[in-house]
Design a protein around this ligand. Structure first.
Ligand code: G3I
Length: 326
């Protein structure tokens, strides 16, 4: 393994460096696959393990994409983070329009979790068990699952995942609560309550979808990570990207590099922060332009697969950390 890649420097610095993977691209674009294998040692399926893809019809499971990623990860000595067992998006129509009773929904969710976690036992090191269950004001978000099962769907999901693979590290994952504020407090209260009740939760994923105008202060991120560590929870930056107005200017690319640097430094400052992942590999395949028209260039590599200033900044921070200059 080349010494100066993100993955090798991160390993020396004591964290993993990851990316969300678009499996359709992985299967068809050799340059994307090479870049992924060279720079990252942790992968999260961007969509391949979500409910609507894994179980498009009731009882018919499709693991084609997920299996391909697992194989790739094994071949390149990468860890896999499973994403996501209970979430209110990307649910199939048969489920959302099925008029199921509470007991039926519990049975469906339980089967879904058991099937996925059992299939990948020993091959998926960690799971985003639940995502985005907290609202902007810090209260529980009202979703398909909370309405159908009740607020205890979260605790149940953690229990079912743990029963299926007692070795897997189980996480709660959310956006917009990375630093200080009501959402960050709401997430803290939620995971603290799960811990208090003895639920098998081991970590919190701080997604970190940011822009130049809207990003948390690195200091607040560090403080938040420390308070989570104090109740026994690991933290992970799970989905970082930093969108820019297109076409991106050199000034904005530099500011973006500073944002990545600051968030990585926050993670490295807290021993319980164990990984740093970007939500995608190159700007060509990022979710941002589709969801935020006019915005893009949010990742470390450009549409031409070339390293951007943000990549160079991240690599510098990792180099310093790897040589003990954290
Ligand atoms: O399945 C169809 C496919 O058949 C078709 O060829 C393709 C063409 O557009 O669309 C496919 O569905 C899209 C799917 O991604 C797979 O590419 C959906 O339209 C699209 O809405 C979906 O978007 C994903 C989004 O979650 C859904 O909410 C993004 O790729 C994915 O990056 C994004 O990821 C989420 C995390 O899971 C949770 N945290 C926030 C993050 C960003 O929203």
């Amino acid at each position: 393994m080349a010494a100066d890649t993100l993955r090798s420097l991160a390993q020396s610095a004591g964290i993993r460096f990851g990316a969300a993977v678009d499996v359709e691209v992985l299967n068809t674009d050799a340059a994307y696959a090479r870049l992924l294998a060279r720079e990252f040692n942790l992968v999260t399926p961007e969509n391949a393990m979500k409910f609507s893809i894994v179980q498009p019809e009731r009882g018919r499971f499709d693991f084609t994409q997920a299996d391909a990623l697992i194989e790739f990860a094994k071949a390149h000595a990468m860890q896999v983070n499973g994403h996501v067992l209970v979430w209110h998006q990307q649910l199939p129509d048969w489920l959302t329009q099925g008029n199921f009773s509470r007991d039926e929904l519990k049975a469906i969710l339980r089967e879904h979790i058991q099937t996925l976690v059992t299939r990948y036992r020993g091959r998926v090191a960690s799971w985003d068990v639940a995502a985005e269950a907290v609202d902007e004001d810090g209260r529980m978000r009202e979703t398909f699952w909370s309405r159908g099962i009740g607020p205890d769907y979260l605790a149940l999901a953690f229990d079912w995942a743990h029963a299926a693979d007692p070795q897997a590290r189980l996480r709660y994952n959310d956006y917009g609560g990375e630093g200080a504020g009501p959402k960050s407090d709401g997430i803290y209260d939620l995971v603290a309550a799960l811990r208090m009740k003895g639920r098998p939760i081991h970590g919190v994923g701080l997604q970190m979808h940011v822009s130049l105008k809207d990003a948390p202060h690195a200091r607040d991120v560090r403080i938040n990570m420390k308070r989570l560590a104090a109740i026994g929870l690991e933290t992970h930056i799970t989905e970082m990207d930093a969108m820019l107005a297109m076409p991106a200017t050199r000034t904005d690319l530099k500011a973006q590099a500073a944002l990545y640097r600051d968030m990585l430094q926050a993670c490295l400052a807290v021993p319980q922060c164990r990984s740093f992942s970007t939500w995608g590999v190159t700007d060509r395949h990022s979710w941002i332009p589709e969801f935020f028209p006019g915005q893009g260039a949010a990742l470390l590599f450009g549409s031409d697969n070339r390293a951007k200033p943000a990549y160079l900044g991240v690599r510098r921070v990792l180099r310093n950390a790897a040589s003990g200059k954290r």
